[in-house]
Write a protein that binds this ligand. Structure first.
Ligand code: BTN
Length: 239
């Protein structure tokens, strides 16, 4: 992996997308100060101080979109979970790719593809990790949130954390592109907090309700509703 450090930027994802032609494959764009971070579903990702991670991995696996690329967020999610565990905490995955600790969000992922017609220029895998967020900032986030320093009681070195994540991601990446989500399916499922629970999942303007029974070979969420009908959801947000 190469690293591209920006002292201050509105959004590492936006920067990576705009500069995709000039940023090589497997480059990590990161900053200590992100002023207009973006989240999934038009949400924002607030700046919570320089001792946290605001990064985007630029990937150029091929010139055409393949189904497995949409699962890269889930690979990064498992990688992040494994790194959190090295710090002695118990992270849980909220489908598709949030990480929570005791029901509070600690990291989020935003993947964006850059295309020109059918030509895939690259994939930008952005992630934000709360490593050292003061409690008063956490209290003002619009959803329950936590930070690794609070969970461990220790200051966390962001450069060490980032290196652990990118090293581990590289370790799995090639095999994952070849084999697909199946490679990590069990690692993902064993940390899934939603399985065997009744959930509401919003997919665009439709909401599905039912029991989350499985995560399929393709990383989709399998839901069984009260009429016993199965729904396979590829995207969405558990409410
Ligand atoms: C989410 O949970 O909704 C996803 C949050 C993703 C935030 C990261 S921070 C680095 C990168 N740049 C952005 O603008 N967003 C992602």
């Amino acid at each position: 992996m190469r690293f591209l450090y920006l002292e201050e930027i509105d959004s590492t994802n936006k920067f990576a997308k705009e500069g995709i032609n000039n940023i090589p494959d497997k480059t990590v764009v990161y900053t200590y100060k992100q002023t207009a971070g973006r989240g999934r579903l038009q949400r924002k990702w607030s700046y919570a101080g320089e001792d946290n991670i605001y990064a985007s991995i630029v990937l150029k696996p091929s010139n055409q979109m393949k189904e497995v690329y949409s699962n890269l967020t889930q690979l990064l999610c498992v990688v992040l979970a494994e790194v959190f565990e090295e710090y002695g905490i118990v992270p849980k995955i909220k489908w598709p790719n949030d990480i929570r600790v005791n029901g509070k969000k600690i990291s989020g992922i935003l993947a964006e593809g850059v295309n020109e017609g059918a030509f895939l220029k690259g994939i930008v895998l952005g992630f934000g990790v709360n490593l050292n967020v003061p409690q008063e900032i956490l209290d003002n986030i619009d959803q329950p949130a936590t930070s690794l320093n609070i969970e461990t009681g220790k200051f966390i070195d962001k450069d060490i954390f980032l290196k652990k994540v990118t090293d581990k991601f590289c370790l799995y990446y090639n095999k994952f592109i070849e084999e697909g989500f199946g490679l990590i399916r069990e690692d993902y499922k064993k940390r899934a907090e939603f399985l065997n629970k009744y959930v509401s999942v919003k997919v665009f303007d439709k909401t599905y309700e039912g029991k989350a029974v499985d995560v399929t070979e393709n990383g989709a969420l399998k839901l069984v509703d009260k009429e016993n009908k199965e729904h396979i959801l590829l995207i969405g947000d558990i409410l």
